[in-house]
Design a protein. Structure first.
Length: 116
């Protein structure tokens, strides 16, 4: 069973920055894709950014140029650097991983609130 521990959320003013981290543990298999999703109140969960084991990255159009995803595969950790934050970025952010055995796991979520 994989455990995902997220950190880095909080309250920030518009235009500010936050860095989210998610550390995975408890698997003997390699981790393929590591992703960040978010869910705002009353909205569906949406993909924010993803990074493959080979380093390929994908971003939602709404965050391109502002957010950067990265990973430290040796530490099984994924990061999301969020710059130029906007009130519409307010949401619970979830870490998601796809393990080489085919299983998928979610983190517990971390709240990001951007005030105007």
């Amino acid at each position: 069973q994989v455990q995902l521990v997220e950190s880095g959320g909080g309250l920030v003013q518009a235009g500010g920055s936050l860095r989210l981290s998610c550390a995975a543990s408890g698997t003997m298999f390699s981790i393929n894709t590591m992703s960040w999703y978010r869910q705002a109140p009353g909205k569906q969960r949406e993909l924010v950014a993803a990074i493959s084991s080979g380093g390929s990255k994908d971003y939602a159009n709404s965050v391109k140029g502002r957010f950067t995803i990265s990973r430290d595969s040796a530490k099984n950790t994924v990061y999301l650097q969020m710059n130029s934050l906007k009130p519409e970025d307010t949401a619970v952010y979830y870490c998601h991983v796809r393990v080489a055995d085919g299983n998928l796991y979610w983190g517990q979520g971390t709240q990001v609130t951007v005030s105007s």
